[in-house]
Design a protein around this ligand. Structure first.
Ligand code: NDP
Length: 336
């Protein structure tokens, strides 16, 4: 008998999530039936969407999230022992999967991790997974960038942001990142190839942006929303494009206490800007294209990655809250 450990949601998050909102429990798994296979989690992803998405799900569910897991027992020839899958199975160590039954909060079914050679399989949760495809499709399909243009990326030192900036450099753009520490700024300009980086906690963003982008901003990849978004949007050029990817600056605020922010309509109207929200799963039918292109860029040395790895399933919550507070550079991962 296999004992799974899992985190169950016992309270909805109010403002900052608390450790007592989740309860670590054990579950005894039954023997496998024909067609089923058993996976053991190796890496978990902690992501900003978890903070808000879970609020619409019933209490008592396993805390949501993606994982890379190894198949350790199988009665399904399409999922042989030893292969790895990427799936939205939640914060649980062991799971029995049946490809004919939809077992996830996400519409995306678990899939076999493509062969990525000697690269770490945790990349299936980052550059070669959902954040990587968010960067790839969000930038190409929503920002529609052209060589020589200027792009600003907020949340620039995180999983999605650091990836967007690097693709933008591959495409020949002038790339400016906004993030929350001097160390992150240094990493972006010295290792990730960004042209400039602005620390929004210590620098006046509007003035600094006018200085480093006197020609104005053509594309804005928005990961944070709020005041930073307002500041960037007011410095955009005619027919600029805004890819609204995330709004993390308000994820820990209740709807009753949402922060006030700038009225954007005059800037959008006068400069005829296009602003479009998107969710990466819009391109589920092209998922593999994004993974393969990002894999190729990694192999060519054009894309670099960093992971902030927390060890231990018992530290899931700390990794989650740490990511929300900006402790991560690159992708936040938990290694079991
Ligand atoms: P990150 O790796 O970027 O981690 C989150 C980062 O957000 C932190 O490291 C922190 O960095 C920053 N942050 C936290 N609070 C604030 C704040 N108040 N103001 C500005 N920055 C803040 O996460 P991801 O790359 O996974 O996600 C980035 C964004 O993209 C999120 O908004 C997420 O919801 C969104 N997203 C959207 C998807 C889609 O399909 N639309 C898919 C995946 C992600 P710092 O030190 O710089 O403050």
């Amino acid at each position: 008998m296999v004992q799974a450990r899992k985190y169950v949601l016992v309270n909805y998050f109010v403002d900052q999530p608390k450790p007592t909102d989740l309860k670590l429990m054990e579950e005894e798994l039954p023997p496998l039936q024909d067609g089923e296979y058993l996976v053991e989690a190796e890496f978990f992803s902690v992501d900003p969407y978890m903070r808000i998405y879970v609020q619409n799900l019933p209490l008592g569910i396993t805390m949501i999230g993606g994982q890379v897991a190894k198949i350790i027992e199988s009665k399904n020839p399409d999922f042989p022992v030893g292969k790895r899958i990427v799936g939205y199975l939640g914060w649980r160590t062991h799971t029995i999967l049946n490809p004919n039954i939809h077992q996830s909060f996400s519409e995306q079914k678990p899939y076999l991790l493509p062969d990525i050679g000697d690269l770490p399989s945790s990349l299936g949760l980052g550059m070669l997974g959902m954040p990587g495809n968010t960067a790839y499709f969000g930038l190409l399909e929503i920002c529609k960038p052209k060589s020589g243009e200027t792009i600003v990326i907020s949340g620039a030192a995180g999983a999605v942001g650091s990836h967007v900036g690097q693709i933008a450099k591959i495409l020949g753009l002038n790339v400016i990142g906004i993030c929350g520490s001097d160390e992150k700024c240094k990493w972006l300009t010295e290792e990730m190839g960004f042209d400039f980086a602005i620390n929004y906690k210590t620098m006046p963003v509007a003035a600094k942006l006018r200085e480093v982008a006197p020609q104005g901003v053509d594309c804005y990849f928005d990961n944070v929303g709020g005041d930073i978004a307002g500041t960037v949007i007011y410095q955009m050029n005619l027919f600029g494009r805004v890819a609204l990817c995330g709004s993390i600056s308000s994820y820990n605020a209740d709807t009753k206490s949402l922060p006030k922010s700038t009225i954007l309509q005059p800037a959008i109207l006068l400069n005829q800007l296009k602003m479009e929200g998107f969710i990466a799963r819009r391109w589920l039918n092209r998922w593999n294209e994004g993974i393969m292109q990002n894999l190729q860029w990694i192999r060519e040395g054009k894309l670099h990655y960093r992971e902030t790895v927390t060890k231990g399933f018992e530290n899931m919550f700390d990794a989650f809250i740490g990511m929300l507070h900006g402790d991560n550079t690159g992708k936040a991962i938990v290694q079991v």
